[in-house]
Design a protein around this ligand. Structure first.
Ligand SMILES: O=C(O)CCC(=O)C(=O)O
Ligand SMILES: [Fe+2]
Length: 391
């Protein structure tokens, strides 16, 4: 520990540290001796006893204190409800030197807070799984998901899209829902009715080409470069004719749902703007009994207008479902097709932060463009076979 402390301060520090070790042992459900040890280090892990998102330190602040220390590899945080985090070093010796340097030091990146640090007796257990960020991993975990980072080609293009979206909003188009606000283009989704309104939004355009409603649906000019790009990537696919623009502030979200099968065809496209975010995908485990947070035992096929009911823990996955978290970076496109479109639900948990690469990152305002093709009366009905989710 920082050597310059007086004897009295050292005693005080040791007491605080012991109290935090007790908290660690209680929350981890293991004796302290299995969790922390005194020198020499036998593992390359440190326990940062009083540094976590709940303790007021986010991922960036945590790393700011650790990155200058020799051999620092990475940190592992919990999303919430723990006062501690973990740090991995390249060797036990480097972990020990880092512990010596940091324990008892006032850390500027933590607002001057005094660090309480211990050598870990074993690697951490029970860390939350990292959201998938790699497109290949996402595609194999949720069949039918294709993630394209950098679909919107530059921050400038992103800023221009957001300016256009905001301008449309100033024209009074925002519709406020429980945890987000939306604007519809082409065709409007009627949440109380739980179906798309098949009368195209732009009646003049519809009158100009009354042959098919799809041809008459007009998406705003500012979306055309994105749709052209998508059509070049997937020349065999129909050009989307419906857009829902969603706007979320931190803490907002969307309940688990599948975009209504009878309202929309496949695929569904989501472009993320302004900020990235972790999206939850889930599919019911066959034969799992209905859980408390899903009392009817039925999944929503509602286009996500309602407020999510996650029971007591806002972050715990529902055991009745196989759940996969995928990080959607800003400017990315995710295409949900096949099983991902029809057999899985997607959701955004209403919280203010996400766990990205082991670090808690505060959410920022996010806009998403959800492009779809309306299932018109002349289209065949859905025959997906995912009966629980199909209307
Ligand atoms: O904002 C998002 O990324 C999801 C939106 C969505 O699921 C929807 O509009 O149906
Ligand atoms: Fe959706």
């Amino acid at each position: 520990m920082a050597a310059q402390l007086s004897k009295a301060k050292q005693r005080q520090h040791a007491k605080k540290r012991a109290a935090q070790v007790d908290v660690l042992a209680r929350l981890e459900g293991r004796p302290a001796a299995e969790l922390v040890r005194s020198a020499p280090a036998t593992t390359p892990w440190l326990v940062l006893l009083n540094a976590s998102y709940d303790a007021g330190i986010d991922g960036a602040a945590l790393v700011a204190a650790l990155a200058p220390l020799a051999g620092f590899v990475r940190a592992e945080m919990h999303l919430g409800s723990r006062p501690y985090s973990f740090a991995l070093f390249a060797s036990p010796e480097e972990a020990e030197a880092a512990c010596e340097a940091l324990d008892g030091a006032a850390v500027p990146a933590w607002g001057g807070k005094t660090a309480l640090v211990a050598l870990a007796a074993a690697p951490p257990r029970g860390l939350p799984p990292r959201p998938l960020a790699d497109p290949a991993a996402a595609a194999s975990a949720v069949p039918g998901i294709t993630l394209f980072a950098g679909f919107v080609e530059s921050p400038d293009e992103e800023a221009a899209l957001l300016t256009s979206a905001e301008a449309a909003g100033r024209a009074g188009r925002w519709e406020s829902l429980a945890q987000r606000r939306v604007q519809h283009f082409g065709f409007r989704f009627d949440y109380p009715l739980n179906d798309v309104d098949r009368a195209a939004i732009d009646p003049a355009a519809a009158a100009a080409d009354p042959t098919t409603a799809a041809a008459a649906a007009v998406l705003p000019d500012w979306t055309h470069p994105l749709l052209d790009r998508y059509t070049r990537m997937f020349p065999d696919r129909a050009r989307p004719d419906q857009l829902t623009l969603n706007h979320y502030t931190p803490g907002g979200g969307i309940a688990p749902h599948t975009d209504r099968h009878s309202s929309f065809l496949s695929p569904v496209l989501i472009v993320s703007l302004g900020a990235g975010l972790v999206m939850e995908f889930r599919t019911r485990i066959r034969d799992a009994p209905p859980s408390d947070s899903d009392p009817a035992g039925s999944s929503s096929n509602s286009n996500g207008a309602d407020v999510a009911n996650y029971g007591t823990d806002n972050n715990a996955p529902d055991p009745a479902f196989r759940t996969v978290n995928i990080y959607l970076p800003p400017r990315s496109l995710v295409v949900m097709d096949a099983e991902a479109r029809y057999g899985w639900e997607h959701a955004i948990r209403p919280r203010k932060m996400d766990l990205i690469d082991g670090l808690v990152v505060e959410r920022r305002e996010r806009w998403s463009l959800t492009f779809r093709n309306v299932r018109q009366r002349h289209d065949p009905p859905c025959t997906c076979g995912f009966t629980a989710l199909c209307d």
